[in-house]
Design a protein around this ligand. Structure first.
Ligand code: ATP
Ligand code: MG
Length: 265
């Protein structure tokens, strides 16, 4: 299995605070991997460094075999990496389908004038009608085609998260980084989202790295591997079975308040 993401010795300091100490891991092609760890252990910072939003203090990041340590976010996105943010970013006064047609922020085509052009163009050219078709197929893939014309301001938190995932899939990414896409989402919908992501990985061969803070939950969601972080380091990585049976992880996390039981049922 070839590596689509290789992180080596990643370190990020904010002034005197070391948010990420020393992180190394690989993600293979077609792998569905969970990234887990307690609040403040450096998960989102790791994503921000990989996607080029933050300058790294030390370490290297390779995406599809290319060293992107000094690349800008839009250059990284053009290589096939898309990420979502912990706090859902949608255009609340637009419909679901319109949100899918607007390019994500910090990425190519996301300037204000590009958005206006995309939305106000009187005549759809071929490229735009292809995007519309793509948007409907993404909603089909996520099993929510009926939501296409709802205003996103009318959606539940969980449905908004789904639209956010949908937006991230619009550019046909080969590697998706999802930052807590089911935080605060009701249990059955959260499971459905994971199930859909598993199917997308299996059907398209893309790779997904997904941050989730609930250990009990992610152990049951069909990911191939879990990377467990603690205090800016990788505590261990392995299959859900290996994580479940790892004494260090069991002692540090399982059943502790921060890591279980807060996915709403
Ligand atoms: N831009 C920033 N400036 C200063 N400190 C930051 C910044 N971003 C994150 N931090 C700090 O870095 C540490 C790691 O934060 P990070 O957001 O990566 O954690 P996390 O694992 O994603 O946590 P959570 O589960 O709460 O989302 C925290 O102490 C946080 O306060
Ligand atoms: Mg975070």
């Amino acid at each position: 299995m070839s590596s689509v993401l290789k992180v080596e010795g990643l370190r990020k300091e904010f002034g005197g605070l070391v948010a990420v100490q020393d992180i190394s891991f690989d993600i293979g092609e077609g792998e569905f991997v969970g990234l887990i760890g307690p609040n403040g252990c450096g998960k989102s910072t790791t994503f921000n460094c990989i996607s080029g939003l933050l300058h790294k203090t030390a370490g290297t990041v390779e995406i599809f075999g290319k060293d992107v340590t000094e690349h800008r976010p839009d250059q990284i996105q053009n290589l096939g990496l898309t990420r979502t943010f912990q706090h859902t970013r949608l255009w609340r006064q637009m419909t679901v389908i319109e949100n899918l047609l607007v390019p994500p922020r910090h990425q190519f085509g996301s300037s204000f004038s590009d958005r206006i052009k995309a939305l106000l163009a009187p005549k759809l050219n071929q490229q735009e009608s292809d995007r519309l078709e793509k948007a409907y197929s993404v909603l089909d893939q996520l099993e929510v085609p009926h939501m296409a014309h709802n205003l996103t301001s009318e959606l539940s938190g969980g449905q908004s998260k789904l639209v956010d995932i949908g937006r991230s899939m619009m550019g046909d990414p080969r590697l998706l980084l999802l930052d807590e896409p089911v935080a605060g989402v009701a249990g059955p919908l959260a499971m459905k989202i994971f199930n859909n992501l598993r199917n997308i990985v299996d059907e398209t061969g893309i790779s997904i790295l997904i941050i989730e803070h609930n250990m009990d939950f992610i152990l049951r969601q069909g990911v191939d591997r879990i990377i467990v972080m603690n205090e800016g380091r990788v505590l261990m990585q392995g299959t859900p079975e290996e994580v479940r049976n790892n004494r260090q992880v069991v002692e540090a996390y399982l059943g502790s308040d921060g890591m279980s039981g807060d996915v709403e049922e």
